[in-house]
Design a protein around this ligand. Sequence first.
Ligand SMILES: Nc1ncnc2c1ncn2[C@@H]1O[C@H](COP(=O)(O)OP(=O)(O)OP(=O)(O)O)[C@@H](O)[C@H]1O
Length: 240
Amino acid sequence: MEQTFISSIRLNSPVEKDSYLNKLPVVRHLAGMDTLNFSSRVTFLVGENGTGKSTLLEAIAIAYGFNAEGGSRNFNFTTKGTHSELYRHLTIARRAYPKDGYFLRAETFYNAASYIDEVGAAGSYGDRSLHEQSHGESFLSLVQNRFRGNGIYLLDEPEAALSPSRLLVLLAQIHELATQHSQFIIATHSPILMAYPGAEVLELTQAGISSVDYRQTEHYQLTRSFLENPEKMLGYLLEN
Ligand SMILES: Nc1ncnc2c1ncn2[C@@H]1O[C@H](COP(=O)(O)OP(=O)(O)OP(=O)(O)O)[C@@H](O)[C@H]1O
């Protein structure tokens, strides 16, 4: 088993009865299990839209000490306090302390970039304001310039901004950082990313959370069937 910074999480108290969080299968599942273990250097959270991947990742990030809207653990800004209360109910088992860390969310990346400009920290991000780069460029710039290794990196749908070739660059960066003793927990829909060798793929479904081979995921199977025979699938889809 590899040494990870976050080795497991558990629900330490019941979520408020009238909260929407109780309806999320991931929360119900956590309530019914002892711990959810993170034993690989790279863990993917996958599943259908709305299954609670971002909610879980955000709660892990806040409980670990990150700013709810993203950034390093030194970031301290809020533009819209929309995060859930789940973090209050999470206990995180830490096996070691990282030298670096970042919580990256596609949806609040713009606000994090503004904060970096405001505090004059662009030097650590490739010496160019992230706002002067395209979404994908700024995203990769962040990973290439700011992620230093020996760190914990929580990424929410990093593929959102990236072309397929840049996604492969990201995969190589993840590998380099993982071999430098980093841990990644990544919510994703990308069958390319989740193919990272040795990664654990945790699939969130209505039934709860299970560890699967990435080839078993709907993301992989649907993308593969489509690309193998687009005409067939489009025929079914569009015939009416
Ligand atoms: N403030 C809220 N009140 C009620 N329901 C909410 C609230 N915030 C989120 N939800 C619901 O929680 C569910 C889980 O949302 P979440 O963003 O975690 O899903 P996800 O798995 O990350 O989805 P996606 O793949 O689309 O990013 C969604 O069905 C969403 O509508």
